[in-house]
Design a protein around this ligand. Structure first.
Ligand code: MTE
Ligand code: HPA
Ligand code: MOS
Length: 748
């Protein structure tokens, strides 16, 4: 099935937040933010701004009717700053006017007097000063202390990895309209409509039932709208409540880049011990997560960093520790992989350090230590149906890695200006929200008496093809044509108490609920036909009823009419909660993931050793999809995730100065991969496996895992640099921008 949005996207007919028809009298809102990273607010003068043409109101913490608090996990984040600001970009007030232009002009007239306080931007410095978001956590397996004695080789080191700007094409935005009895409808570009609803209720001091959140689709979220779509929706809702007018905000790109959090930068210390056969015997890692100025989702992200600290490798003795460090940067947030990529990067760095010291290829260590069935990870989950070695070996064979390696070595012998580098990147990613409580979903299906079907789930379409997958489930379960089915917007009145669409679990959770709802309806419909064909096996195929495999004259529409006239319910609501998963935080042990996704990628890069620039010649992937329910969409997720991962590891460099000011604040200073910088060839081979019972139609979750293939890009470049400048010690600090590559090429 082709992506159901494809035609409308191409024609520009798809509705995003800013395309919603505006009501007469709609007002526009502009957040006014701090220009310093840490300070006491001594005074604010709004007088001139309030007198500016077109300005209706300027709202601050004092205007909040409920609680001025939007922290999701920890209540440590005010909607509007009160007496202090903790990062540049923190919102102090909301300017509301008859046009965005007027608001922007008025913003320039607001005068704030700050008393500046010391600024911390470095997570290690924050940790040293005891500035933590939550207490540190530690995962432990075996006994590293006694294991070091059994190691033939021990290596220690440090790695750093920067954050990443989400750069969803559609910036943050929301549009609130008043309804009857002080209730409000808010269109929000959010991955988590319920999170928005909950916070609007809290800040406005009204029950959740007065708030309707509606989300048609997002122009990308990538985790950046799991939690951080909320404040903007709350602000327009508050203005709507106070002014009794429709109020809209659609953020300017540079405001969005400045005010919102990003992927967490991490710094880490590692120690790895191997025996003489290169088996990893022990691994210790300490992660310093740069959380920014408030918790946001950082504790959950940190948790996933710990879960993925040993990537696709079995290590019998592990201590993985993590600090969530409070700095004066915008609170960092979910981003595709949710801390997992940062965890994996460190063990890859450790393996590379070990391999370089031992004079062997990192692939020897990687291959030797891949997880197999029955292996226990540091958090106690015993792996089953492991495909790590299978994807690795298939990858080596299918793409003839040996020949590629020989070709690259020959190239490097005969070229001085250009050097090639190779790297192999295996991945293993756990599917489920790490917070067990969040792993449930609902779906609502109505069949109208003309035979058409409308479907609502808690899942949000953000470009990942979720709606198409939902449509597939309905058409396949009912055996009806796609034109009979409409997938409706995600709306908190139709499907309540949802988890955000995140953790790559959107299709699994909502799909399973939808499947249950459709199956229940189908059983009822079959019972209607059964009355006419007693004792025969009833089926619906291609919109016709079959009895004992013989086509009857009852069409789908006729069946629905019969059901309706017989007063059979044509609506169904189903609930699905992932079975088998559990986790005990007090012991840091359990079985948090429904299943894991595996894969292996091979990266080939050519570095121009005069300029420091690089081109990715190819990325060859063997990925464990299970039984992909939509190979075109799933391949798209692999390509998109891979390129986003490569961007994170190579070109995309977030720069804050030591005063917490974002210097890479626009697309002119923040470079994302474009058509020229993506790999010249991306090959994706599907590993044909049974799939997993807990994956929707045995089609494994695909949203986040491929991002982590991007890590291979970093180490491929490093290998090319090493081919040019072999005997220097290179630090590990991603992204590997051309600037850093050039410095390393000529490092002495
Ligand atoms: N693909 C597109 N095109 N746009 C997105 O915003 N988000 C990613 C991934 N793929 C995203 C995407 C992230 S962070 C997640 S968690 C999953 O999609 C969410 O959708 P799923 O659970 O349906 O896979
Ligand atoms: N992944 C993504 N988003 C989340 C998670 C997770 O594990 N937990 C809470 N939000
Ligand atoms: Mo994805 S980071 O779980 O929204």
């Amino acid at each position: 099935m082709i992506n159901i949005d494809a035609h409308n996207h191409v024609k520009g007919k798809s509705i995003y937040l800013d395309d919603i028809q505006e009501l007469n009298g709609t007002l526009y809102a502009l957040p006014f933010d701090s220009t310093v990273a840490h300070a006491k607010i001594k005074s604010i003068d709004f007088a001139a701004a309030l007198n500016h043409k077109g300005i209706v109101s300027i709202l601050t913490a004092k205007d909040v009717t409920g609680s001025n608090q939007i922290g999701g996990i920890i209540p440590d984040e005010p909607l509007f700053a009160e007496d202090e600001v903790h990062f540049r970009g923190q919102v102090i007030a909301l300017i509301v006017g008859t046009s965005e232009h007027h608001c922007r002009q008025a913003a320039k007239l607001i005068k704030v007097e700050y008393e500046e306080l010391p600024v911390i931007v470095d997570p290690r410095e924050a940790q040293a000063q005891g500035k933590l978001i939550v207490p540190p956590r530690q995962f432990k397996l075996g006994d590293t202390e006694s294991a070091w004695a059994k190691c033939d080789h021990i290596f220690e080191g440090r790695s750093d990895v920067n954050g990443q700007e989400h750069l969803y094409i559609e910036t943050q935005g929301a549009y609130a309209r008043p309804k009857e009895d002080e209730s409000i409808i808010i269109s929000s570009s959010t991955q988590g409509p319920t999170a928005v609803q909950r916070m609007v209720a809290q800040v406005l001091g009204i029950p959740m039932h007065k708030i309707e959140i509606d989300t048609v689709r997002l122009g990308g979220g990538f985790g950046g709208k799991e939690d951080q779509a909320t404040p903007w929706a709350v602000m327009v809702a508050l203005a709507c409540q106070i002014l009794h007018k429709p109020v809209k905000m659609a953020m300017h790109r540079m405001d969005d880049m400045r005010m919102t959090g990003k992927r967490h930068p991490y710094s880490a210390d590692f120690k790895i011990g191997l025996d003489k056969n290169y088996k990893i015997i022990a691994y210790e890692v300490t992660h310093y997560q740069n959380a920014g100025a408030a918790a946001d989702l950082s504790p959950a992200v940190m948790e996933r960093t710990l879960f993925h600290s040993t990537n696709a490798y079995f290590v019998p003795n592990v201590i993985a520790k993590a600090y969530s460090c409070k700095t004066n940067l915008p609170p960092n947030t979910a981003f595709r992989g949710f801390g997992g990529p940062q965890g994996k990067f460190v063990i890859e760095a450790a393996i590379v350090k070990a391999a370089e010291s031992l004079g062997i290829s990192p692939s020897v260590i990687q291959k030797t230590n891949l997880v197999v069935d029955g292996d226990e990870l540091s958090y106690g989950q015993i792996l089953q149906q492991v495909e790590a070695t299978n994807t690795w070996e298939t990858c080596m064979k299918s793409y003839d890695y040996e020949a590629q390696k020989n070709r690259v070595e020959a190239f490097n012998k005969t070229n001085t200006r250009f050097k090639k580098g190779l790297a192999i990147q295996p991945i293993c990613f756990g599917i489920s929200f790490t917070n067990t409580m969040m792993n449930h979903a609902r779906a609502l299906v109505h069949i109208y008496h003309d035979g058409s079907v409308v479907v609502s789930t808690g899942g949000v379409e953000m470009g990942q093809g979720l709606n198409t997958k939902m449509l597939q489930i309905v058409t396949e379960t009912f055996s009806i044509n796609a034109n009979k089915v409409r997938i409706e917007s995600t709306n908190t009145l139709r499907v309540a108490n949802t988890s955000p669409t995140a953790a790559s679990a959107g299709a699994d959770l909502n799909g399973k609920a939808l499947q249950m709802a459709c199956n229940n309806l189908l059983e009822r419909l079959k019972a209607v036909a059964q009355k006419e064909y007693t004792d025969q096996i009833i089926e619906v195929k291609d919109e016709m009823v079959y009895a004992n495999e013989i086509k009857t004259d009852i069409t789908w529409n006729a069946l629905i009419t019969r059901a309706f006239t017989q007063r059979v319910a044509l609506s169904e609501n189903a609930h699905y909660a992932t079975p088998t998963i559990h986790y005990d935080k007090t012991k840091e042990k359990g079985h948090p993931f429904a299943y894991h996704v595996y894969g292996t990628s091979i990266h080939e890069v050519t570095v121009d050793c005069l300029k420091g620039t690089y081109d990715f010649d190819s990325v060859n992937i063997v990925h464990d999809f299970g039984k992909s329910m939509n190979p075109t969409i799933d391949n798209g997720q692999i390509e998109g995730g891979l390129v986003q991962g490569i961007g994170w590891m190579t070109l995309e460099e977030i720069v804050f100065n030591d005063q917490g000011r974002l210097l890479s604040n626009a697309l002119s200073t923040y470079k994302v991969p474009d058509i020229y910088s993506v790999p010249k060839q991306i090959n994706i081979q599907h590993l044909e496996t049974e799939g997993h019972e807990l994956a929707i139609k045995k089609s494994k979750a695909v949203g986040e895992p491929p991002l982590m293939y991007g890590i291979g890009a970093y180490f491929a470049i490093r290998n090319a640099v090493k081919a040019f400048n072999p005997n220097v010690d290179l630090i590990i600090n991603a992204p590997y921008t051309p600037e850093k590559v050039l410095m390393d090429l000529y490092k002495k």
